[in-house]
Structure formats: C-alpha cells, structure tokens
Ligand binder design. Structure first.
Ligand SMILES: *Cc1c(COP(=O)(O)O)cnc(C)c1O
Length: 410
C-alpha cells in the first residue's frame, strides 16, 4: 500500500463501532461500568477498557494508532499540545543532574522550555549543528538525550538523522526528534534511526489550523540501560517498551497532558488528506521561493534553492522536499512590517501547516524573549519575514507577495 492509500485504508483505519468510517467521538470524562469487579479489572489492566479520559480515551487511541502506523512506530501518546509532547518526551527519561545536547536554532517555544528545565537541574548544551565533531565537545556521562528538529523552524537546518542516531547509539543514549515541519509524508525518522519522534500535530497533521495538539511516537527499538536511566527503572520489566509504558501510565497521565477527544477526531480527518496537502504546499513553496529570490533587495531562505547550505542534505534525506516554511529578508524592520501589512490574501498569523498561507515577523513575536544573538542563531533578524505556505494557487501567492514587497520598497 502506498502512502496516500495507507492514510485511508491502513490496518488501523478499520474496526470502529457500528462500522463507522471515522472513529466515533467519545466526548466524555468517565466510562461507566456494570459492576465494581469489572471496573477493578480495567484499573488493574487485567481487562481492556477505559476509565477516565485523562488516562485513556478511544478517540485518542484511534488517532494514536493511525499515526503510529504511518510513522512505523510501536505506539504513540496524543498530547494537549506540541509543547506538552516535547516536554514529557524529554522528562520521561531525565532526572536532575542530567544533560541534553541540542542545537541553538530550534523552535522558540522549545528553546524557552530548555531554560525552564535548567531550574529543575537539567542542563542543555547548545551546538550550532548536530554533528560528531560538535557533539564531542559536550558529550559526557551526564548526557542522556540528543534532541533535534528534522528541519528546524524557521532556520531550516536539516538534521542528518542517520549520522546523529549512530553517534547517540554508540554512546547508549536515544535520539529524540521533532518532525513537525517535515511530516511522515516526506520522511519517517524512525526508519532512519531516530528513537522517539515528536510532532506538533497542530500543524501539518491537523492541516486546517483548527486545534492545538501534539503526539509522541516510540520506535520501540532502543535498548534502555536502566542504570543509566533511573527514571525508567520501575518499568524495567517492559524492556524496549519501557519508555512508552512509563510515558503512558505515568508522566502523560500525571501531568494531565491528554488531548481533548474532539481534537483527536479533527486530527484524524486532517491526517487523511495530509499527503495531498503536503505535496501542494511543497510545490507552492518552491515556486514562491524562486519568484521571491528574483526580486531585487530580497534574500530568501528555502531548502529548494541551490544556494541553501542544506540543499544537498535535503535532496539526499528528504527527497528534495523543501517544506512549507520559507523566510525572506527585506532590508529593515520597517519594510518587513510594510510588506506584511500590504498582503491581500496572506494572513498575518503565528501558525504553520495551515491550508492557508500565513506570514509573521518572527523577531517581534515568536522570538520576543530571545536576545539578538539567540534570534540570529535561529536565523531570525529584524528584517525577516517567515512564511508558512498554504495550498492556494501559487500564481496568486506570488502576485500577492510581489505587490506587497513593491509597496514596501516605495
Ligand atoms: C509549533 C511547534 C511546536 C509547539 O507546538 P504547539 O502545538 O504549538 O504546542 C514545537 N515544535 C515545532 C517545530 C513547532 O513548529
């Protein structure tokens, strides 16, 4: 079965109650039982069933299974947001005194999270690119996780998953990746060696910008050393499944990270058209990047442009899919604001992965908490505009940006 067929007819798309073609929405807090004995069995995991939505819900299970299959994972946990997913994917294996290695060009929210974790005694070391040479500078016995974005938002740095996974595994630590910007249509990080995959499913998976959510997927292959990872020691009997079992029955449940059932349902609907959307978005972004790069005084960054530093790796690892995010610089903050304000179709909004094209001035919004150095490391300057390309006709998009930039230059 090829990708788009599997989204609709894969093994986890069937067997809903009453032959429903989509998973029914169990919009409830609790599940009622005929007898106390029956409920006891469910609580002791001796019988299959649901008790309380924070601990499990069939609509969430449906979404988790569908995306697990698509990502070639052994299981997944659906969260209330992408940030909830990033947070507990890390805390599931970390304790005070542990260290993380990551890059300085991550999504702004994740950079903020690493500052929060410092107050809990978890230190993050930042490199400009995840490669063996730079990792060697910080790797030590306290390093427990390497974290990276497959394509960083908005710096568009591509992670060499195979190389970094090999480096991590040789040192008995997992590679956790945020694959939000690429989607499983472009790459399944688990097939390339990543151990844990996180998505902000608010973005390309949902696709219509109608609900916030996240998902954590476990490849199920990492061999946990329970002395090195005391956080997982109580789950030793689950072997390779220890991460997923602890996540599901411990952190996810106790942190109250569950997704609303209705939002899980909306994500399943979104998932079914993901292939079509991502294909169109990639085509549009490539056409727009080329058109913008031909305008005097405009500097464009997109992975489809041959002058991009990660062009080769994008061709090799991502099949040439440059993705839906591009940034361009117009010379000054004033011109950036003028451009944004002159756009006719394009909406000024802070989301990505929507069907509609969105644009934002990231320095004054998403990176407002960052210093100039931190923002620059993430590829964000005073005159940068970030675009999340949608599924409109590319001719209309190109025309809209052309006229807006022209107005800003007057
Ligand atoms: C949006 C985003 C997040 C955070 O997700 P939310 O659903 O907004 O909490 C994390 N990582 C990346 C790469 C994102 O784009």
């Amino acid at each position: 079965m090829k990708f788009n067929t599997s989204l609709l007819h894969g093994k986890s798309t069937k067997s809903y109650a009453d032959h429903s073609t989509l998973p029914p929405i169990a919009q409830v807090s609790a599940f009622g039982y005929e007898s106390a004995q029956e409920q006891e069995k469910v609580f002791q995991h001796k019988a299959f069933g649901y008790a309380y939505t924070r601990i499990g819900n069939p609509t969430l299970t449906a979404f988790e299974q569908r995306i697990s299959d698509i990502e070639h994972a052994t299981g997944g946990v659906a969260c209330s947001s992408g940030m909830a997913a990033v947070t507990i994917s890390l805390l599931n294996v970390l304790t005070t005194g542990d260290e993380i290695i990551t890059t300085s060009n991550l999504y702004g929210g994740t950079l903020d999270l690493f500052k929060d974790l410092e107050k809990f005694g978890i230190k993050t070391n930042f490199v400009s690119e995840l490669n063996p040479e730079q990792l060697d500078k910080y790797f030590n016995e306290k390093t427990k996780v390497i974290f990276g974005e497959v394509v960083s938002n908005p710096a568009l740095q591509v992670l060499d998953i195979e190389t970094v996974a090999r480096y991590a595994h040789e040192r008995s630590i997992p590679l956790i990746v945020d694959a939000t910007t690429v989607t499983p249509y472009v790459i399944r990080p688990i097939d390339h060696g990543a151990d844990i995959v996180v998505h902000s499913s608010s973005k390309y998976i949902n696709g219509s910008g109608n609900s916030i959510s996240g998902i954590i997927l476990d490849g199920g292959r990492f061999k946990w050393d329970f002395e090195k990872f005391p956080a997982l020691a109580d789950f030793k009997r689950y072997g390779n499944m220890a991460y997923l079992v602890r996540l599901k029955t411990d952190l996810w449940e106790n942190f109250g990270s569950c997704l609303a059932p209705f939002n899980a349902y909306l994500n399943v609907i979104g998932l079914e058209t993901m292939g079509l959307r991502v294909e169109q978005i990639n085509k549009n972004a490539k056409a727009l990047a080329k058109a913008l790069s031909e305008i005097d005084g405009v500097k464009v960054s997109h992975l489809s442009l041959e002058d991009h530093p990660y062009y080769e790796l994008c061709q090799k690892q991502l099949g040439g899919y440059g993705g839906g995010i591009l940034t361009f610089r117009v010379g000054s903050k004033e011109k950036a604001y003028k451009t944004l304000n002159a756009l006719k179709y394009v909406t000024i909004a802070s989301n990505i992965g929507d069907v509609r094209t969105l644009a934002i001035h990231p320095r004054s919004t998403l990176y407002i908490k960052s210093s100039d150095e931190e923002a620059a490391a993430a590829g964000v300057y005073d005159d940068t505009i970030r675009v999340s390309v949608g599924i409109e006709d590319s001719e209309d998009l190109i025309e809209d940006f052309r006229q807006a930039i022209k107005q800003s230059q007057n």
